[in-house]
Ligand binder design. Structure first.
Ligand SMILES: Cc1ncc(COP(=O)(O)O)c(C=O)c1O
Length: 281
């Protein structure tokens, strides 16, 4: 932070930081491989989109890249994930912001370990994503809804919660995108569902198209949340994608076992292969 390396428990942010008081901030999480951030250019593009979408100043890409390089060099080969947080900086105690020339955004780059699993266990939860929210599709630090839903998933022995949106469409997980394998295709909800434009999802769509694997965005009405009933009844398979998970078939939904789909396993293999080829695709 501020061009200096700090220890994890050093105090680096003031109590009046608008990211802390009202969640006025954006972030990115990248996987780290052999000391390097995976797909950093795409993540920085999304950080910029999220910041501008939230009304924050444009991030200084050079400063972010310098921070990433310094933190990863210090973290060494153990690091598995990188977190970039950008907030509005010190601000009022309410939701109103300082004027743009008074704002001093806070930028913090952190690295830490990551645990990778080959498969995921998911649950359905009663809460929904609001596809018409002012911050739909932005990766903001206002993640409390995800915290609650993920805590519920853990309480029920799973590691991800899958959400619908307000009109009953399948949307995404708390920290992942979802794909449904059905009739020889892998379908993922369109961005109009309110899901985040996941980098893993985006890369999988591109790489699958190149490799001739049938992976695509669903058309309107193709993926209602009730598709998960069909999946549970054996009429399909479920897969998650995300920066630390990569591509993970779901092997349990609401505590009932699920078979990983053959196409999902192929997509997982393809993704792993491509990830190993280029660090910043
Ligand atoms: C809400 C949400 N959806 C989807 C994703 C997956 O995005 P990515 O593949 O860029 O990690 C994330 C990542 O953390 C997320 O927080």
């Amino acid at each position: 932070m501020d061009g200096r390396l700090r220890a994890p428990r050093d105090a680096v942010v003031t109590a009046v930081d608008h990211g802390l008081t009202v969640g006025d901030g954006v972030f990115e999480t990248c996987a780290v491989q052999d000391g390097q951030a995976f797909a950093l250019t795409r993540h920085l593009r999304r950080l910029r989109t999220s910041a501008l979408g939230l009304g924050l100043p444009e991030p200084d890409e050079g400063a972010v890249r310098d921070g990433v390089a310094a933190v990863l060099a210090a973290a060494g080969p153990q690091a598995g994930r990188l977190r970039i947080t950008l907030t509005g900086g010190p601000g009022p105690l309410g939701s109103n912001r300082l004027t743009p020339d008074e704002q001093r955004p806070t930028l913090v780059v952190m690295a830490g370990p990551a645990v990778r699993a080959e498969s995921a266990r998911a649950v359905r939860v009663p809460w929904v994503r609001n596809e018409r929210s002012a911050v739909a599709g932005l990766k903001t630090t206002s993640y409390a809804e995800n915290v609650v839903a993920l805590a519920e998933a853990y309480r029920r022995g799973a590691d991800e919660a899958v959400l619908a949106n307000t009109v009953g469409e399948l949307c995404e997980g708390t920290g992942s995108n979802v794909l449904v394998e059905r009739d020889g295709e892998l379908l993922t909800p369109a961005l109009s569902s309110g899901c985040l434009a996941g980098i893993t999802r985006e890369l999988l769509l591109e790489w699958a198209a190149e490799a001739g694997l049938p992976v695509r965005e669903a058309e309107t009405g193709e993926l209602p949340y009730t598709v998960l009933d069909d999946v549970l009844a054996g009429g399909g398979h479920l897969t998650l994608s995300g920066s630390v998970r990569n591509v993970q078939p779901v092997v349990a939904l609401d505590g009932s076992p699920l078979e990983p789909g053959p196409l999902s396993l192929e997509a997982q293999r393809l993704f792993q292969e491509r990830v190993a080829e280029r660090i910043d695709p």
